[in-house]
Design a protein around this ligand. Sequence first.
Ligand SMILES: [Zn+2]
Length: 163
Amino acid sequence: MEFKAHEISDQIKIAYKYSFGGQSRFFLELKDNKKLYGTKCTKCGYVWMPPRTHCSKCYVPTEWIPLKDTGTIMVSTIVWYGAAEFIKNVPYGVGYIKLDGADTSIFQGIFSENLVPSKIKQGSRVRAVFLKRREGKAKDFFFVPEEEYVSWINKPEYEGGLE
Ligand SMILES: [Zn+2]
């Protein structure tokens, strides 16, 4: 006789939390203070953004340092097929942004009121805009062309960082 599995449909609801571990301070500073923190190697001085708890060149611990919310686009593209959470933003830019004072680049969204490739090209200056309702997640902030900054932070759902 052929095997036949007896199946019952059910649902499992799980409440859980996960930890950002050694990177926690980055997300707490983002959420509570609208500050972008990187880490600096205590031996060679290399500044990591996104932060790393240990320098990948020297393997020694790093220390936390606040970085500016301005930076330069190193490489970028325009997204036409986004994940569910970002579908309402399509099309939008993404890219690697090197914050002023950092030695590495962070991958993040780059929004523009008039999105064309020339607006987010390599070498363009950008500035971070923060959600007013932050949860301590990477999507709590994004970058905009510097010339659009004031317009973005005047929208009801966004705000600028602290000087
Ligand atoms: Zn180092």
